[in-house]
Design a protein around this ligand. Structure first.
Ligand code: AMP
Ligand code: GLY
Length: 427
């Protein structure tokens, strides 16, 4: 069978890599893919990059090539209705419809929805009028969090520690138009504290299948300093998500979300990612929803998945997720993101990458911002690689990942030296 993966980042490389290992699969097409998936083309169960974007064009390709199943990596095509379009042509696709994807594409939608269904989240108000927003900030005080309503590729959240920062963020988003239409409405919310974790499940419309737990590192620099990024590293499992917290998240957040959507006439299918803030008291709040897997969380999660992922995806599109129990590698997988010089502002591109070690049972390197040109691997984006190490414990996985990172060279490479620090501290 042939499978299509839509996207070209590290998450999509990890999805395609895992799918290509299935004995059922003859070819994985990835649109557009990256330098890493281009290199994989020689494998027996190959991966082939295809230079197609547009939803219509992708659907035409799926029809022509008799693609059995399409999996979508990123939020942009989901919010644009790729699932609706594929389904209207009778094509199988795993993901949320445009209506369901509003849980990610509109922060206001997600917050109002959580309020209606008593799903724990930070207190908030939504504004389009800058004056009212400024008044609200003065009333509530700092720290306070300002979020652009629309999709902003990880740049839409300002955690303001002072009133000045909060007012500036509102001015830039609402009046200064810094994020275009994504910022023409802002959610202003209470600052909550605790430790963050990513909780990702697959949903087939009625059944919920939780994936292995994970934790991301959103800040650019060591000790969680510097600007927010798309994620600088992740590991799985996340020890903060104890069995008790896991059960609570399913009970208080995930199930009420799927049931609440259904009550409002929206059947949820696809990946649902709840960004959690877990307070030491055991109180858990939802910071955000994403309607896709996380990047880089997917990389360590896929590295640990032992079950054939295609089997799971087929159960997903056929409404049978209650019938499958994924098996996970008991080892810890830890992924370190190597980013380009000047990421996240304006990343430098076009640098030669050398020294990527071959995959073995303890390592796998997933590509993101890379391209293959005249047989040379060059950087082409902000997050360049995610280097995953696997070992029996977190420290071992960390050592293996960093040993591989040390072998990889490109000009201006930057990465955090402390991926996994929160989990190490717990032990
Ligand atoms: P989001 O895109 O909503 O996940 O926000 C990006 C990051 O901002 C999160 O990973 C948190 O670190 C931080 N953040 C978001 N909302 C809050 C909040 N209400 N209180 C404290 N930090 C937050
Ligand atoms: N790593 C965070 C995200 O994918 O949204």
């Amino acid at each position: 069978m042939k499978i299509l993966v839509v996207g070209g980042g590290g998450r999509e490389h990890a999805l395609a890599w895992k799918i290509a290992k299935s004995p059922k699969v003859q070819m994985v097409y990835i649109a557009p893919g990256n330098g890493g998936t281009a290199q994989n083309s020689s494998h027996l169960n190959g991966i082939t990059n295809i230079a197609i974007s547009g939803i219509k064009e992708l659907a035409e390709f799926a029809v022509q090539e008799q693609i059995l199943l399409t999996v979508v990596g990123s939020e942009v095509p989901l919010a644009a209705g790729i699932v609706n379009h594929f389904r209207s042509l009778g094509l199988k696709i795993f993901g949320p419809t445009q209506e369901a994807a509003q849980l990610e594409s509109s922060k206001d939608f997600a917050k109002q929805f959580m309020k209606r269904h008593n799903i724990p989240t930070a207190k908030f108000e939504t504004f389009t009028d800058a004056n009212l927003a400024h008044q609200y900030i003065d009333k509530e005080g700092a720290p306070i969090v300002i979020k652009a309503d629309g999709l902003a590729a990880g740049k839409g959240v300002v955690v303001a520690m002072s009133l000045i920062e909060a007012h500036t963020a509102v001015d830039e988003m609402l009046s200064g138009n810094s994020l275009g239409s994504a910022g023409s409405r802002v959610v202003i919310e209470e600052f909550v504290t605790g430790e963050e974790a990513s909780f990702i499940v697959m949903v087939d419309g009625k059944n919920i299948l939780p994936l292995a737990t994970s934790q991301d590192h959103k800040r650019l620099l060591d000790h969680d300093q510097g600007p927010n990024t798309g994620g600088m590293g992740a590991y799985s499992p996340a020890p903060i998500v104890t069995p008790g917290i896991h059960a609570k998240v399913l009970r208080e957040i995930i199930r009420p979300t799927i049931q609440g959507m259904e009550k409002e006439g929206i059947t949820f299918t696809g990946f649902l990612y709840a960004g959690l803030m877990i307070h030491p008291s055991g109180d858990v709040k939802t910071l955000e929803f994403n309607c896709r897997m996380g990047d880089p969380e997917t990389q360590p999660i896929m590295a640990r998945l032992k079950t054939d992922f295609v089997e799971i995806l087929i159960h997903g599109v056929e409404g049978r997720l209650n019938d499958i129990e994924p098996e996970w590698d008991t080892r810890v997988a830890l992924g370190v993101v190597m980013a380009a010089h000047n990421y996240p502002q304006t990343p430098q591109t076009g640098d030669l990458i050398t020294g990527i070690p071959a995959e073995d049972e303890h390592h796998v390197v997933f590509h993101a911002g890379t391209t293959l040109k005249d047989n040379q691997l060059l950087t082409s984006g902000g997050r360049v690689l995610c280097v995953v190490g696997l070992d029996g414990n977190l420290k071992g996985a960390q050592s293996r990942a960093y040993a591989a990172v040390d072998q990889i060279k490109f000009s201006g490479a930057q990465y955090r030296k402390d991926i996994g620090h929160l989990a190490l501290k717990r032990k």
